[in-house]
Design a protein around this ligand. Structure first.
Ligand code: ZN
Ligand code: ZN
Length: 306
């Protein structure tokens, strides 16, 4: 008979293959929350008095970050608000934005919603339909989203930006950039980014030790409102391929994502020390955002699509 490892309840909702733990709903929520708070403490992601901006898409990961950080906000440990970006993806984005609004309203959290269209004059669908485009959707989306979030965080006086990156995302990033030999990106992976310019806000990833599957279960167990739709552009990416590959390996080797992350975290300080270039972060001559070139990536992309 199945019993919760912690309290003995028979209403087991998960068996963690990596640890053998079986947990009921209450114990699963408690243990997962504690795990996230431990990641925060261990990596010094948040200090008392921080003003944290959650990059809130309305998907399960960012809604879970908001839910857990909200407990710190209620206890007056941090100040908290949310930023949602409307990239303009037909038939997909509006649903996420609506859910993000619902979540912040229920919690009484200040919420900024900003769109690609307002900042750049075009949305992601326009860019993807443009025959002059040179990159995939995720590249444009990532660059433009970071540009807006960084600017809003600064405007609002945020001291941290929290994102919903989970264990699967982190493992994918490690393997993907390793396979591509992308040392620059490998240096940036971590629980906390060291900003290269004081115009950048420190980014933190409280969920990076939580597997994606458990995030899905957490939002269901907590009865949180999220959208599970998949971005229509996500299928075309190399990251997606890597993700499927790691998932497949994990079936027979359930600890593989944890060990990939742990091993990487150990060697990363060495990589950073060895490869850190003193990239002189200047400012983009067009928009004033930090950039190591004359034009930042966002402005460069826009110029080519003009
Ligand atoms: Zn229990
Ligand atoms: Zn720029």
């Amino acid at each position: 008979m199945k019993q919760c490892t912690k309290c003995g309840s028979e209403n087991v909702i998960i068996r963690r293959k990596a640890s053998g733990q079986m947990l009921c709903r209450e114990c699963f929520i408690e243990s997962t929350t504690r795990k996230v708070l431990r990641t925060i403490r261990k990596n010094k992601l948040i200090e008392k008095g921080d003003k944290v901006a959650v990059a809130l898409s309305g998907g399960k990961d960012s809604v879970m970050v908001l839910d857990i950080l909200n407990s710190l906000y209620r206890r007056n440990i941090i100040d908290l608000f949310a930023i949602t970006i409307d990239e303009g993806i037909g038939g997909y984005r509006k649903h996420g934005v609506d859910i993000a609004i619902k979540n912040t309203k229920e919690l009484g959290i200040y919420h900024r919603i900003e769109s690609f269209k307002d900042y750049f004059g075009k949305n992601l669908d326009d860019i993807m339909a443009d025959r002059r485009r040179e990159h995939g959707a995720c590249t444009y989306c990532g660059v433009f989203r970071r540009w807006i979030i960084n600017r809003i965080a600064r405007e609002e006086g945020a001291t941290k930006i929290a994102t919903g990156h989970n264990l699967d995302d982190e493992t994918q990033a490690i393997l993907m950039n390793y396979l591509e030999g992308n040392i620059d990106n490998l240096m940036r992976i971590g629980a906390k980014t060291e900003p290269m310019s004081d115009k950048f806000t420190v980014k933190i990833k409280p969920l990076r030790e939580i597997p994606e599957k458990e995030i899905g279960l957490y939002v269901i167990a907590r009865e949180l409102d999220v959208h599970f739709d998949e971005c229509p552009y996500s299928k075309e990416s190399f990251r997606g391929e890597i993700g499927r590959f790691i998932k497949e390996l994990s079936v027979n080797r359930p600890t593989i994502m944890y060990s990939t992350l742990k091993g990487f975290d150990k060697i990363q300080p060495v990589i950073r020390k060895e490869f850190r270039e003193n990239a002189n972060m200047g400012e983009c001559i067009n928009c004033g955002e930090p950039s190591s070139h004359e034009l930042c990536r966002a402005c460069l992309f826009l110029k080519k699509l003009e």
